[in-house]
Design a protein around this ligand. Sequence first.
Ligand code: HEM
Length: 515
Amino acid sequence: MPSPVVIGVAALVVFLVVRYLNSSDIPRIKNLPEIPGVPLFGNLLQLGTDHALVARKWAKQYGPVFQTRLGNKRIVFANTFDSVKHLWVTNQSALISRPTLHTFHTVVSSSSGFTIGTSPWDPSCKERRKAAATALNRPAVQSYMPFIDFEATRSIKEMLADSKDGTIDIDPNPYFQRYALSTSLTLNYGIKIEGSIDNEMLKEITHVEREISNFRSTSNNWQDYIPLMRLWPSNNKKPLEYKQRRTAYMTKLLNMLKEKIRTGTDRPCITGNILKDPEAKLNDAEIMSICLTMVSAGLDTVPGNLVMCLAYLSSEHGQQIQKRALDEINKVYPNGDAWEKCLVEEKVPYITALVKETLRFWSVIPICLPRVSIKDIEWQGAVIPSGTTFYMNAYAANYDESHFTNPFKFEPERYLDKEMSGIEHFGYGAGSRMCAGSHLGNRELYTAFLRLITAFQFVSPKDPRDSPVLDALDANALPTSLTMEPKPFKVGLRVRNRQQLDQWIRESEDRTADL
Ligand code: HEM
């Protein structure tokens, strides 16, 4: 028979273990609905692989904003258009920081720095964001249009050749991965991806950045939430491998630029300007952070939006959208100069609307980049304390029936409606840490859509097994990733007017011959 002391100690140990397993960085928040969870895991098991979908369903039962516990982290989810607007925009000065995650910040990035989008708010982050925002503001982006001219034409020309003038269905993804990456590299280092879509550097960077994006995911890395899992060394093996591979190309690119500066053969570019500016306040780690941001930010997002819009255009309803888009383009540019004019103006409202609807409908970062509050925030009688992590369910907010009519329908027309002014969607996030590259993203999407639609009619692939999935979440090959990775698919291309297309390509090549 154990003594009362032993029983007492055992009870205390059990009590402490249960308390530890249910503990969280921020104590339970009063007056804010809470999703019931289990010890140790909290709500991780219930959230499964599709956090955006599960959280959207919970919002119907618990209300638009609720608290969850993921492992030992308390996380507040916002799931509707108005709640996101209130927390991210009305309270933007309070919701300005980002959390650090064990896998991404300690294992993957320990020595090579964080991107701007993964940096907590501090004076260094402020400087880096300011530098990036200046390099990516409207007038700066306008000066980059020759590069977008070059990259858009090269993708279309290669699609034309690889599809054997539209007789073979093709997977559009690699052409637009190169479009996004080569544009970013040119802006940042003055170096473009040479050659075809089989270029080795293109393949390495797209693969490694995709894997690294998964280490940043809010649902992929349970060791971020459950410290006990960090004792498992195999959890670090893959992140470490990709960290090394990323360091290799980041160093190579920076050294290539430095060598060009040394020999006076460099071209004007963002990092070159910083390196050559004696007054620049950024240190080496901060320069590397800007480079990492420039390499990854557009690559994670632009191709997903672009190719999923093409997927939709190739569908039955997509035929009507293409017809209207082409009519609207021809109305504004009856003389066939749309390819050149789209570089200096955005005068086809229907294409602008197509860009917005694409950003809303595909919501390629379904749970937007996480935030941490630096001041208390009030929400309907609850005071959410400073230091709490917030997840914006951008997917749910972009599909909120109380804000969007028929949210599950892909309808560019909704953005021709005057009532849709103000915040249009949360594809770029919102508030103080909203996407700093949105002007560039918009110009890349507008130019590509306008040129693709005038060059080709997109149709369904011949083999039904190549057909795209058209539901925004089901189309994602890896639901636990941070950014959407489209399931592979093909589209058919019908060349609209070969002679005209050859002329547009020739003119663009002449304009960009010295780039
Ligand atoms: C269609 C293309 C793009 C989409 C959908 C997109 C989306 C996003 C989203 C959702 C965020 C998080 C915003 C938030 O927390 O509220 C973000 C952050 C950011 N994006 Fe983009 N992005 C795109 C293109 C780009 C490009 C081309 C660049 C630059 C080359 C860029 C640079 C950044 C930066 C620097 C941040 C971090 C801002 C901060 O933390 O202060 N993005 N983006």
